[in-house]
Design a protein. Structure first.
Length: 130
């Protein structure tokens, strides 16, 4: 049986978000994208080392055919988000999805579009229980 992949760290998630958004990238492209989105300056060699470690962990795939290595996410974005959320829900909210949602909505006001998506999901869930 295949062992589950380790959960990405905060820095690894930032890199994965770049790869999910932009697709296959060189280290330089990931580095530039991180510098644009993060408050603190990210060092190129740190990004390189993180990507090398992530490749060893199985979080990204590295294409070594050319001199410049190209990386791509090995993890599906939605599945990764669900796995992280499930872990947070279990550890911090005792497995209660209601508590998690209540806290999330109390922290930041949802947009009208987000509220509509939430209503559709609630309607779908209630429809399945009738």
């Amino acid at each position: 049986m295949k062992s589950p992949l380790p959960q990405p760290t905060r820095a690894e998630l930032a890199i994965l978000r770049v790869l999910w958004k932009q697709g296959r990238c060189t280290v330089r492209q990931v580095h530039e994208a991180l510098r644009e989105t993060q408050e603190k300056d990210t060092v190129y060699t740190t990004v390189l080392k993180l990507l090398q470690n992530m490749a060893e962990k199985g979080l990204v795939r590295r294409d070594e055919r050319d001199r410049t290595h190209v990386y791509e996410a090995a993890l599906n974005e939605q599945k990764t988000q669900r796995d992280l959320l499930r872990d947070l829900m279990d550890r911090a909210f005792g497995g209660s999805s209601a508590s998690l949602v209540i806290q999330a909505l109390s922290l930041k006001r949802a947009t009208p579009e987000e509220l509509e998506e939430i209503r559709k999901l609630l309607d779908k869930n209630e429809g399945g229980r009738k």
